[in-house]
Structure formats: structure tokens, C-alpha cells
Design a protein around this ligand. Structure first.
Ligand SMILES: Cc1cc2nc3c(=O)[nH]c(=O)nc-3n(C[C@H](O)[C@H](O)[C@H](O)COP(=O)(O)O)c2cc1C
Length: 183
């Protein structure tokens, strides 16, 4: 079974979390790769063939990035691509019934908002099958506007990936079916 982790990242935090999630998925026995959203857009076949699609994005203005928020990130030294998760997701075909899990990176605190919850809403509308609640991973904001993954979050991300792999394998067709004795 295979999984793909598709992410968007301005300062490298969501990329690092996505790579840790992919490592956790492999720990749990799935084939898994992390692709940034531009790579994913060029490889629809790989994305759509996978048994589990995991999507991660940085929280911008309490939701998903927009051309405007990406321009703000650029002004803080990031090098975002032109494509965000929102635009990519809107153009992705065949989501009905697909197994999907979502995460985001965000600042600490109750008022941070969540890019992941926004993706969940889009996914539910497209008829995808959300296999786990959205998972947030904390970043620390530097004074110059850049961000760093908060301590311990990459270990959490790897553990989350592993648990996703285990539950995906359990829900696969044929799991737990009694083996028929050979006559
Ligand atoms: C334009 C902009 C808006 C942001 N808005 C929020 C926000 O509303 N809530 C939040 O928790 N973090 C916010 N952040 C911080 C980002 O969540 C943080 O930079 C991101 O998680 C880092 O991940 P990345 O390195 O993958 O881009 C914002 C960052 C930028 C650049």
C-alpha cells in the first residue's frame, strides 16, 4: 500500500513536518513520499494511485495561503511557489471516497486558526473520506518573521504518520478476513 504526503511550505517548517510524517508512514509499513504542491501537480497519477493522501499546509491569516499571504511571506524572506494547496486541491480530480488525512503548522495559542480545518472543509465537500482528525503542529515565530518547528513536533509528526499507516492497513479490504483452510 502507498501514501503520498503533499505539502506547501514557505520557511521549511511544513516541509520538515511532511517529511517526518512520511517517515512515520514508512515505519508503519506503507510506501510513502512527501511531494511539494508543485511536484504533486505534475504527478496527478502518483497522487491519485495512492491508498492514502495526506495534505499539509502552513496556517496563513487563520486559514490557507492565498496569493496575497504568499506575497507577505516573500517579503519576510520566503520563496513560495505560485501554487498553494488551495488552488491545487480545487483542481484535483477524483476525490470522492478517497482516504485523506490533513495537518497544518501554526503558531501557538488558541487564536492561531488552522489551515488544516479549511482543507478538511474542502475535502468533505469533495466527498473524500477523512480518516483522522486534523492534526496541528506548532511553530515558533522568529522576530524577523521566519518560523521554526517547535521542539518535539517532528517526533509527534513521525508518530502521527505511523498511526495513520496502522489504521490505513487495518481498514484495507481483506484485513482481518479469516484465511480459508486449503482442502
Ligand atoms: C502571511 C502570513 C500569515 C500568517 N498567519 C498566521 C495565522 O493566522 N495563524 C498562525 O498560527 N500562524 C500564522 N502565520 C505563521 C505561519 O503559520 C508559519 O509561518 C508557518 O506555519 C511556517 O510554516 P512553513 O515554514 O512551512 O511556511 C502566518 C505567516 C505568514 C507568512
Amino acid at each position: 500500500m502507498s501514501a503520498v504526503v503533499v505539502f506547501e511550505s514557505m520557511f521549511g517548517c511544513t516541509r520538515a513536518v511532511a517529511e517526518a510524517v512520511a517517515a512515520g508512514l514508512r515505519d508503519g509499513g506503507l510506501e510513502a513520499a512527501a511531494l511539494d504542491v508543485a511536484e504533486a501537480a505534475a504527478r496527478d497519477d502518483t497522487v491519485l494511485r495512492s491508498e492514502l493522501l495526506v495534505i499539509g499546509a502552513p496556517t496563513h491569516m487563520r486559514g490557507l495561503s492565498t496569493p496575497r499571504s504568499r506575497a507577505l511571506a516573500r517579503a519576510r524572506g520566503a520563496q513560495p511557489g505560485d501554487l498553494g494547496v488551495h488552488e491545487w486541491f480545487d483542481a484535483l480530480p477524483g476525490l470522492r471516497g478517497r482516504r485523506l488525512a490533513v495537518f497544518d503548522t501554526r503558531g501557538p495559542g488558541r487564536f492561531s486558526g488552522s489551515a488544516g480545518l479549511r482543507i478538511e472543509k474542502l475535502a468533505a465537500k469533495a466527498g473524500a473520506d477523512l480518516v483522522a482528525p486534523c492534526q496541528g503542529f506548532a511553530v515558533e515565530q522568529l522576530d524577523d518573521g521566519r518560523a521554526l518547528v517547535a521542539p518535539g513536533q517532528l517526533d509527534l509528526a513521525r508518530g502521527w504518520g505511523r498511526s495513520l499507516a496502522v489504521s490505513t492497513a487495518r481498514s484495507a479490504p481483506g484485513h482481518g478476513r479469516a484465511v480459508q483452510p486449503t482442502p
